[in-house]
Design a binder for this molecule. Structure first.
Ligand code: ADP
Ligand code: MG
Ligand code: ZN
Length: 664
């Protein structure tokens, strides 16, 4: 619950100081300015061709007679020097001007006779007035303004007052549900987040071209509603950004505000839910009231699932009815205005499937903008955007990084660039290298290297065989992705070791053959343990999970099993949830599916064991080598592999086809 974060708010509660005092302060400031204007002391604030002059230069100018007038204030002296006389004609009245020549001359005079004014900081000099008088310099005094004096003498108190105010506000925020918290409870927090300029534009969002295009229209709706309503088009009131976490939904919303150059109210769904009943609804009301005053503007509700969850899922608890009230208020607010009023409501969620249907109806969030995980090109562009201010050396190749980060979202990639920069800085290098980036990929995707987690000797042996098992089976099959790295250095995210594989190209489709071989690769770690040690360990839990998931998908979704063929046995509940799959078949069939999955896993496991038994020498030698080195690169691995087995690197059919095409 978010209730403890209630911070200061807006009405009549400036740190407990009555509003009357605030009025007095304003009056003081205004009168201060007026007094400055009236006292003729404006030169102090407006520089009309004023030059700074040191006191000694000033004296020498007085001595050589170029100063004709001084104005002395308490701390400053203004010295006036006559402008150069360019005109010596006799025109004194504008009515005398009747020729172009006379006009030119007159203008010259006006320009030339502009005095030069020097500003001198006054120093203690008792003889000044005498000296000026002997040089026949005109002396003008300046009266210090009373209001000004007052302000200066009051300044310390004013500063104190401001500080106390700030302090009081802090206190009430810190006390959570304390005085300030209770009084301010219904007020919208949005004002705190209202930004005139988010400073973000579409340029800062890489990839996501479709989403941007769709949002560009929204910007246009806000600017030229007439263009659309004239034709009779109904404008959408709201846009819902949907996509996995970290793909840049929040960023896109800010960019829309930045592009449209309108105020941006941003709140998070959980901000509405307080510990007091009815608060959420009144926050919504307040938010829209403010928005109407600021229109045209954008209201953005991030993570709207916190309030927009389907109302019929679970009934009962207090928190639920509170959420429901908030949602109802939001719906009624959205019904209550037209886009012509200039309010565009945007929301973001990564769980669209749990949203209440009412939110998605026409007239509410009727526009859906899907924000996808970036593809290869998108990833390259995101890396570039985030590397804009990072110094890179010539080894850096974003293509390669992007290839090895399939599935990473914008937030991951931003993180990688930063990790790489930190690594370079730590090593006291001035530029980020490709190696830094590669390390960063591992840090972000697999977790930081954990040096202090030490494996026993026996454990290391088992982990080493396990990983080499994966690598060997990968290399021994045709439709797999090349091995990039094998390591037995443990990572914080739980893996004791792993084999990193890089695809040669971005893939959207996998052939049945590829998936079958991947299944064998998943199970080959366990197979190696089985073949060599005749025992099995817990180290393969993740492999087994992945293998099972894959086999099940092959059976139920991809139509790749012998037993069921093309029969669709499951539907995806959400494209954004990894496990969001519903079985849509009877119990009996479900049991049969389980059996089929089991059979496929068994076949794959036997295949892995067979491959490893036939290449036992390579398995032993490379595993021993890995124990020594802890980490070996894909190249080293392939060299050893070819030396021992005599098998050249296998390439996937896809690559061979591509090469054929290139050669032709
Ligand atoms: P979401 O709201 O979808 O969870 P965010 O908008 O909060 O994701 O993204 C988090 C951060 O990731 C952003 O601040 C930005 O630095 C980075 N990021 C995400 N997607 C992109 C993108 N398409 N282009 C550039 N940066 C991105
Ligand atoms: Mg977000
Ligand atoms: Zn494994």
């Amino acid at each position: 619950m978010d209730g403890n974060r209630q911070k200061g708010n807006n009405k009549g509660r400036n740190g407990g100081i009555p509003q009357a005092l605030f009025g007095i302060l304003i009056a003081l400031v205004v009168s201060w300015f007026i007094s400055i204007m009236l006292s003729g002391n404006t030169s102090r604030f407006m520089s009309n061709n004023q030059t700074e002059l040191s006191y000694s230069d000033f004296l020498s100018k007085v001595n050589d007679g170029s100063i004709y007038r001084v104005r002395i204030a308490s701390e400053d002296i203004y010295a006036y020097e006559k402008g150069e006389e360019l005109y010596s004609g006799s025109i004194t009245d504008i009515s005398e001007i009747d020729t172009q020549e006379k006009l030119d001359n007159y203008m010259k005079k006006i320009v030339a006779s502009q005095d030069k004014v020097y500003h001198v900081v006054r120093v203690q000099d008792d003889g000044l007035v005498d000296r000026l008088l002997t040089k026949r310099v005109e002396i003008i005094g300046t009266k210090a303004s009373i209001v000004m004096d007052l302000i200066i003498s009051l300044a310390p108190f004013l500063i104190l007052w401001v500080l106390i105010g700030m302090f009081a506000r802090r206190m009430s925020a810190g006390m959570g549900g304390g005085m300030g918290g209770i009084f301010g409870v219904g007020q919208s927090k949005a004002k705190r987040y209202m930004q005139k300029e988010t400073g973000v534009t579409f340029k800062d969002v890489a990839g996501e071209d479709e989403a941007k295009e769709s949002l560009q229209e929204i910007v246009d709706f806000l600017h030229n509603p007439k263009k659309y309503t004239y034709v009779g088009a109904k404008l959408p009131k709201g846009a819902l950004l949907v996509g996995p976490p970290g793909t840049g939904k929040t960023l896109l919303a800010k960019a829309v505000a930045g592009e449209a150059k309108v105020p941006f109210f941003s709140m998070t769904g959980s901000d509405f839910v307080e510990m007091f009943a009815g608060v959420g609804a009144s926050r919504v009301r307040d938010l829209f009231k403010q928005a109407k005053q600021a229109a045209p503007c954008i209201v953005f509700i991030d993570e709207i699932d916190a309030i927009g969850r389907s109302r019929d899922t679970r009934a009962g608890s207090g928190a639920d009815s509170e959420r429901e009230q908030t949602l109802n208020q939001l719906l009624s607010e959205m019904d209550g205005f037209e886009i012509n009023n200039g309010i565009m409501v945007m929301a973001a969620t990564n769980r669209p499937e749990i949203l209440d249907q009412a939110l998605l109806r026409p007239g509410r969030f009727d526009r859906r903008v899907v924000v996808e995980k970036p593809d290869l090109k998108g990833r390259v562009n995101i890396l570039k955007v985030h590397a804009k201010d990072v110094k890179l050396d010539e080894t850096v190749d974003f293509e390669e990084i992007a290839l090895s980060t399939s599935g990473a979202v914008g937030a991951d990639l931003a993180n990688m660039i930063n990790e790489a920069a930190i690594t370079a800085a730590k090593a006291k290098r001035e530029k980020v290298s490709q190696q830094d980036l590669k390390d960063a990929v591992e840090v972000v995707l697999v977790g930081k290297e954990k040096k202090d987690r030490i494996l026993s000797k026996e454990e290391r042996r088992i982990v080493s065989y396990h990983e080499v098992g994966h690598a060997l089976v990968t290399a021994l099959q045709k439709h797999t992705e090349p091995v990039q790295k094998i390591t037995i250095v443990p990572r914080t995210m739980g893996a004791l070791g792993y084999v990193l594989q890089t695809p040669e190209e971005e893939k959207y489709l996998n052939t049945k053959k590829e998936l079958e071989e991947r299944l064998v690769v998943y199970l080959s770690g366990r197979a190696a343990e089985d073949v060599v040690f005749d025992t099995i360990t817990t180290g393969a839990a993740n492999d087994i999970e992945e293998a099972t998931k894959l086999a099940r998908a092959m059976v139920t979704q991809y139509g790749m099993s012998e037993k069921f063929g093309l029969m669709g046995l499951a539907t995806t509940r959400s494209m954004y949830l990894e496990n969001g799959v519903d079985m849509n078949c009877g119990d009996e069939t479900a049991t049969a599916v389980d059996e089929e999955v089991q059979r496929m896993l068994k076949v794959a496991f036997e295949k892995a064991k067979e491959l490893l038994r036939n290449n036992r020498e390579a398995l032993d030698k490379i595993a021993e080598y890995l124990i020594e080195k802890e980490t070996i690169t894909g190249k080293e691995f392939m060299k050893l592999f070819t030396e021992i087995t005599g098998i050249e690197e296998q390439k996937t059919e896809r690559i061979i086809e591509k090469e054929d095409k290139d050669n032709a």
